[in-house]
Ligand binder design. Structure first.
Ligand code: NAD
Length: 256
């Protein structure tokens, strides 16, 4: 379905981004990966799906590096047809204790990077009259949780950016939507399980159950594969008039 399209997924060396990149590759899209850590393994996993794959290590907190990444993707593949703004980090502390440097980093990586990549991707998408922008927000783009001020502010901002981008392009073939996961067991969440286990003297299993039980009625993690299939739907012909939606996949979290 996505043969001859190119998808750039930020923060795709791990977790949800890698799951979405693999789902899009299974539909035939060429992939540009981004993120820190091991890039060789993820590149090999994508190449094994029979599509072309490139990697750019841009630090998504730096607009000049985002510009270099978008230029390099356009040079290699002609244009980016599908942009998935996924890179993100977390830090947990009360507002009055929140380190200013962590606030700035979360806003830069979780929110401003989506603005920069989107503004750079839009001209070519509009010229082709086809494009898909998928912002990986969070259930925290819809509701709040204590001790996550920067993350919740950034993710609500991403949902707002999604709506405006969708509206500005509503008469074109370019759509923009947000995906809002609840808990997904990735390194980002495992750190929060570890912190709970350490603070309360619990096993990994007990801390996981507590974490899920506090927020997620299904008591189950959403998986990167499931989120990948939602991204595939948004890229499909059936998704052509889905615009400005913030679609939660959260085991009932935001329904409460
Ligand atoms: P993860 O830690 O597994 O992956 C994060 C990715 O972002 C990695 O590839 C990492 O290298 C990359 N990254 C981090 N800082 C970067 C930077 N400055 N520049 C470039 N890349 C950078 O986390 P994840 O859980 O897969 O999270 C992915 C997205 O999903 C994030 O936006 C997160 O907020 C969102 N999300 C996660 C959950 C969850 O439960 N895991 C829930 C809702 C939303």
């Amino acid at each position: 379905m996505l043969k001859n399209k190119t998808a750039l997924v930020t923060g795709s060396t791990s977790g949800i981004g890698l799951g979405i990149a693999k789902a899009l590759a299974r539909q035939g899209a060429n992939i540009v990966l981004n993120g820190f850590g091991d890039a060789e393994g993820p590149q090999a996993e994508i190449a094994a799906l029979g599509v072309q794959v490139a990697y750019h290590g841009a630090d998504m907190s730096k607009p000049s590096e985002i510009e270099a990444m978008m230029a390099s993707a356009a040079e290699r593949f002609g244009r980016v047809d599908i942009l998935v703004n996924n890179a993100g980090i977390q830090h947990v502390a009360k507002v009055e204790d929140f380190p200013v440097e962590r606030w700035d980093a979360i806003i830069a990586i979780n929110l401003s990077s989506a603005f920069h990549a989107t503004r750079l991707a839009l001209p070519a998408m509009k010229a082709a009259n086809w494009g898909r922008i998928i912002n990986v927000a969070s259930v925290h783009g819809l509701v709040g949780s204590a001790e996550k001020s920067a993350y919740v502010a950034a993710k609500h901002g991403v949902v707002g950016l999604t709506k405006v981008t969708a509206l500005e392009n509503a008469t074109t073939g370019v759509t923009c939507n947000a995906i809002c996961p609840g808990w997904v067991l990735t390194p980002l969440v495992q750190k929060q399980v570890d912190a709970k286990a350490a603070a309360l003297g619990l096993s990994n299993e007990e801390a996981t159950k507590l974490l899920l039980g506090e927020k997620e009625p299904s008591m189950q993690f959403t998986t990167p594969d499931e989120l990948g299939e939602l991204a595939v739907f948004l890229c499909s012909p059936a998704g052509a008039n889905v615009r400005g939606v913030a679609w939660n996949m959260d085991g009932g979290w935001a329904a409460q």
